[in-house]
Every structure is written in C-alpha cells, then in structure tokens.
Design a protein around this ligand. Structure first.
Ligand SMILES: N[C@@H](CCC(=O)N[C@@H](CS)C(=O)NCC(=O)O)C(=O)O
Length: 206
C-alpha cells in the first residue's frame, strides 16, 4: 500500500507533496477541508498535512512527515548527509520554519483567532503585526540564502520544499517578495523545478 497525503491547496502540505514528487515513488493524494467533520475524526487537530503509510495510523506535523519521508527513502538523499553538523543544520532550519516562519503567518491567515474582539479594525491591526513578524523571519532567510541555492548544505533537502511553501505565501503580502532578493531567487529557482511544478499543478495552484 502506498503513502497517502492529505492536503489543502497552497498550505504547508505543499512541502511533503513536493518531497513525494522528488522521491518519485507512487503515492496517493487526497484533498481535504481541514475543518471537515470527517477529516476531524481522522486528524482531530484539524490541520493539514496528514499522511497514512500503508496500514499505519494517521501521521501529522509537516516537519515530522518530511523527516519520515527522508528516512524512508534514503536513496532520494533529502535528509542530512550523515554527519552530526549537517543533521543539526537540517534540524535547525526545520525548527525555524515550523516554529518561527509558519507561526508568523498565523495572525495573517486567521487574525480572528488572535482576538476576542471581532471588529474589522482589530483584525487589520493583527494582520499588520503579522507583517512585522513575517518581515523578521523573511529577512533572516534572505540573509542566510545570500550566495546559496539551498537552505542546508549545497544540495536539496526536505528543508527546501518547506521553505518554498512558506515563501510562496509571500505573494499574498503587501510587501513584494522581490524586496528579499535572495529569498526571491530561491523561490524562483524552485518554482521552475519539475517536481514543484507537478505538485502545484495537482493542487491547482501557481
Ligand atoms: N504544526 C502543524 C501546523 C499545520 C497547520 O497549521 N496547517 C494549516 C495549513 S498551512 C492548517 O491546516 N490550518 C487549518 C486550521 O488551522 O484551521 C504542522 O507543522 O503540520
């Protein structure tokens, strides 16, 4: 039985989706609405991505799924290179994406969860605050990517599609992505990748 990935278009589920494309083994895709009662039964967190591998139980958390895929398919060489330093570098960037970049976007995508006041003005203020958080993490990524094509080492790893999915969200912000030249170049390079293109096409996004 093959791996099945549950996704919603354009979300962080794009990261494991691209990794699956790069791995090149057959997999199944299922589009879901995270708040759908049927999906909630399967994944009570009401979040995507989720994954099932064969008869196994439901798995979630984007970075854990990415690491699982890298470990399961070592020939795809998407994990660390076996050295302690590289393992640390990969973990550090996955942690930054999960713990800093992704949460910086939450108040932008779901401002209503950050206030008990339902007024439009407050929501707008919350979004403005998220722009500052996003700017901080994007600047950090931009600086790191100076002279680099990949996030970790000189090769593609699971950190790249994760960063790509979150850089793509930059297209929805008032500040243009091109204000972060290295991040923009990273985004454009990956955008042209065949696996990235296939995953985006399957999700119906660009
Ligand atoms: N910590 C989770 C976060 C996943 C997450 O928040 N996913 C978003 C899409 S990018 C989602 O499903 N949001 C739906 C919701 O929160 O209602 C992970 O890393 O997988």
């Amino acid at each position: 039985m093959m791996i099945k990935l549950f996704y919603a278009p354009g979300t962080c589920a794009l990261a494991p989706h691209i990794a699956l494309e790069w791995i090149g083994e057959p997999y199944e895709l299922q589009k879901v609405k995270p708040s759908d009662p049927e999906y909630l039964q399967m994944n009570p967190l009401g979040q995507v991505p989720a994954m099932i591998d064969g008869d196994g139980s439901v798995m979630n958390q984007a970075d854990a799924l990415l690491k699982y895929l890298a470990h399961k398919y070592p020939n795809a060489k998407l994990g660390d290179d076996g050295t302690l330093q590289d393992a640390y570098e990969l973990d550090r960037w996955l942690a930054f994406l999960t713990g800093d970049v992704h949460p910086a976007f939450f108040p932008f995508f779901v401002p209503q969860r950050y206030t008990t006041d339902g007024s439009e003005t407050i929501r707008q203020t919350i979004k403005e605050a998220s722009y500052r958080l996003i700017d901080r993490v994007y600047q950090h990524l931009d600086k790191h990517l100076d002279g680099k094509t990949h996030l970790v080492g000189d090769r593609r790893t699971i950190a790249d599609p994760y960063a790509f999915a979150m850089t793509r969200w930059g297209n929805f912000l008032p500040k243009p992505l091109s204000d972060y030249p290295n991040l923009y170049r990273f985004y454009q390079q990956l955008y042209q990748d065949a696996g990235v293109q296939r995953a985006m096409e399957q999700q119906g996004i660009d």
